[in-house]
Design a protein around this ligand. Structure first.
Ligand code: F6R
Length: 243
């Protein structure tokens, strides 16, 4: 596990965009799993800038989402399909046939999880998995206590996560209570992982996950065992690490 500490969120975002682009340039038809949330917004903005300068070609990349709210229609402004389409897929003109999304409106969410895992397996586990980290050390929607052997599954969202995500909805009650998520074992099957964390609010989760013991209470701590993980932090997110 490699930890890089950048001075500011802007620098972290530029570095993240640079690393993602390196992977795409090395293997244009790579399988790329992308996170949503606040942290990667400036990374996506940087990638859009590079695209408009003719420096980024994602046209052959296969894009996967890592999580999605159960039951939220794709056109809902807070669905992760909507987010990824708006932030990166449309602006970078990534062809529709290269995208694998969860069917959040399925009648059979359980079956959707096994279908999604099967699709990942047959197309190939991600060459690059992008991740953020929650205040409680969740990655994707794998909340504390999730088994390290978990595959794609449905989760009941932790109260803390619902609260954190309510900033994107009109109120807390509108936040869906369940989500599809790539499992921890599925994440570990990715060839390379890039996790971004910014701000003091993430400092404790970062320190516990990456300098504490590997434990299901801190889902992100599993990444200590991954052979090719890069953690990008800004100064604030790194503030509780022992350096
Ligand atoms: C989002 C996701 C989540 C977020 C995490 C951090 O697709 O998988 O694990 O990465 O909740 O969210 P932000 O970046 O909003 O702090």
């Amino acid at each position: 596990m490699k930890i890089e500490i950048l001075e500011t969120y802007e620098e972290l975002s530029k570095r993240a965009a640079e690393l993602i682009l390196n992977y795409v340039n090395t293997n244009p038809s790579l399988n790329l799993a992308l996170p949503t949330g606040g942290t990667p917004l400036a990374t996506y903005s940087e990638l859009r800038k590079l695209f408009s300068q003719g420096k980024a070609d994602f046209s052959k990349a296969n894009i996967f989402q890592i999580d999605e709210y159960v039951g939220l229609p794709p056109e809902h402004p807070q669905s992760y399909v909507h987010y990824l389409t708006k932030e990166i897929i449309s602006p970078l003109k990534i062809p529709k046939e290269n995208i694998t999304f969860y069917n959040a409106l399925t009648d059979n969410p359980q079956e959707e999880t096994s279908d999604y895992e099967q699709t990942l397996k047959s197309i190939g586990y991600p060459d690059l998995m992008g991740l953020g980290i929650g205040h409680n050390s969740h990655i994707a929607f794998n909340e504390p206590g999730t088994s390290f052997t978990s595959r794609t599954h449905i989760v009941d969202l932790a109260e803390k996560t619902i609260e954190a995500n309510s900033r994107f909805f009109n109120n807390k009650d509108e936040v869906p209570k369940q989500a599809f998520t790539t499992g921890l074992a599925t994440i570990m099957d990715s060839k390379n992982i890039l996790l971004l964390a910014s701000g003091e609010g993430k400092a404790e989760a970062v320190a516990k996950s990456f300098q504490g013991e590997v434990s299901e209470e801190h889902p992100a701590s599993i990444l200590q065992k991954h052979p090719s993980t890069t953690i990008l932090l800004d100064k604030e997110a790194a503030s509780k690490l022992k350096l």
